[in-house]
Design a protein around this ligand. Structure first.
Ligand code: AMP
Ligand code: ZN
Length: 468
């Protein structure tokens, strides 16, 4: 049980030493549910899932908590711009509560399709308002806050080492994160803990508080909920790299100010998925969803496999061509696995020393700050090893797949030699026709398939097919 983690806080690879032996308290920042998750967001959740499963594989008992941001996140990660939930509501002419419910469910469905395991606890910000108020009251009693224009601010000057996570100077932090400076802030890097009516008069989500009716700032939810569910010393906290300079920096400031000691021991950050033209962002509206990939003929697990081929700390460039490469490679891998499963020698004895040797090799790779590309090399070695019998191979593949979660052993994988790529191609053409509102062509494809006994099923999640 040896896990080396690159810690953003120390900028070094370190050995994981949990607060409580054998147990890991893991907090991962969850989605802001005002739109679908884009595949960049999903890359981060795949990374966190691999982290949890690797820790489980290495014998740790992981308590994983993830929040759902359904209030308080403004357009910029600082305190500028409009409320993202309200933007979603006005875009779709729904209530903020409907928006939150709809996109939370859509997010969880995407995760399920990607074989991302549910966290032990999922906590919504709107259901923890009192915990946040208590947290802010405590900060107020300890002298870390001030009130201006009706809002409660955290004063970063009172907190030593505010910039320790990002490793930037205060000037650099300031330059990187602000669009416009709120004139009520004493220091431009101060942030809001509680907004009152003064921010948005038409804010629908509002609660009574000692400072007036209003709503929490974004950062406070993660501090309040993580301490509530994981205690005041957390082993690992994750998110995407964009969270380093603002969100996580502010989380540390308010949590450590309140607790009076170090709060998170290891910070792990997933690098971005990027497009040729730059970063993918939810707010620009120019983003790819998992459903879109399915419409283009990909299985969600092709995308999972694509993510696993690179290290989580490296940027990953997305293109449909490279996703297609990943799809082919996964298909090939599954083909090899299915021939092993069908092989007669699957009847052989499992020799402990043989499989332990490979399990150890695999553990070393995932334990090396999640070296997934090397972990796949170990899998390939297993497949090729003439010294292993079929049963040993099948055992090891199933064992490694506890981490990969690519359904390598699933029944339909054995069937994968049935080529259905032509159906997927037609679904892709039909989706293109529908996007272009060419309903005639879309119906033509549907009917042509029906004649061959194949029925198309359309849902919000995309199009699937079944035999009639
Ligand atoms: P949000 O719902 O915007 O709060 O983002 C959810 C998660 O996705 C956070 O951990 C972000 O850091 C992460 N994220 C945002 N954009 C990307 C991207 N292009 N690639 C990878 N992760 C991202
Ligand atoms: Zn957070």
């Amino acid at each position: 049980m040896n896990f080396k983690v690159y810690n953003t806080l120390t900028r070094k690879k370190e050995e994981l030493i949990p607060v409580e032996e054998g147990k890991v308290g893991l907090y991962t920042c969850g989605p802001t549910v005002y739109n679908y998750a884009h595949i960049g967001n999903l890359r981060t959740y795949v990374f966190e899932d691999i982290l949890k499963k690797s820790l489980n594989y290495l014998g740790y008992d992981v308590n994983h908590v993830m929040n759902i941001t359904d209030v308080g996140h403004l357009q910029s990660d600082g305190d500028e711009g409009e409320d993202k939930m309200a933007l979603g509501a006005s875009r779709e002419k729904k209530t903020v509560w409907e928006i939150a419910k709809f996109y939370e469910e859509a997010f969880l469905r995407d995760c399920e399709k990607l074989n991302i395991e549910r966290p032990s606890i999922i906590c919504r910000a709107t259901e923890h308002i009192q915990d946040m108020i208590d947290f802010i009251k405590d900060l107020e009693e300890k002298g870390y806050t001030y009130i201006a224009n009706g809002n409660v601010y955290f004063s970063i000057d009172k907190f030593e080492d505010y910039n320790k996570l990002a490793g930037l100077t205060l000037e650099e932090l300031e330059a990187g994160s602000r669009i416009e400076v709120d004139p009520h802030k004493k220091n431009p890097l101060d942030f809001v803990l509680w907004f009152t009516n003064s921010k948005f008069t038409n804010q629908i989500m509002q609660w009574e508080s000692p400072w007036g009716k209003g709503f929490p700032g974004w950062h406070i939810e993660c501090s309040a909920m993580s301490v509530k569910y994981l205690g005041d010393r957390i082993d690992i906290h994750c998110g995407g790299v964009d969270h380093i300079p603002v969100h996580h920096t502010n989380e540390i400031a308010q949590s450590e100010a309140s607790l009076g000691h170090k709060w998170v021991n290891y910070w792990m950050h997933g690098e971005f998925l990027v497009l040729n033209k730059g970063k993918m962002s939810k707010s620009s509206g120019d983003f790819l969803t998992l459903t879109r990939l399915v419409e283009e003929g990909f299985d969600p697990l092709d995308y999972r496999y694509f993510c696993l081929q690179s290290r989580y700390r490296k940027q990953l460039l997305f293109s449909f061509e490279s996703l297609e490469e990943a799809q082919k490679a996964l298909k090939k891998l599954k083909g090899k696995v299915s021939s092993i499963i069908k092989d007669e020698s699957i009847e052989g004895e499992i020799r402990a020393e043989k499989v332990e040797n490979y399990k150890e090799k695999f553990s070393t790779q995932i334990g090396d700050d999640l070296n997934l590309p090397n972990a796949f090399t170990v899998l390939e070695e297993v497949i090729k090893d003439g010294d292993l019998n079929g049963r040993e191979k099948a055992y090891l593949i199933e064992d490694f797949d506890k981490v990969f979660s690519l359904d390598l052993m699933k029944e339909e994988v054995v069937e994968s030699h049935i080529d259905n790529s032509w159906i997927k191609e037609l679904i892709k053409d039909r989706n293109k026709a529908r996007r272009e509102k060419n309903w005639g062509r879309a119906d033509e494809i549907r009917n042509a398939l029906l004649q061959k006994g194949i029925e198309l099923l359309d849902s919000k999640e995309g199009t699937t097919w079944k035999l009639k």
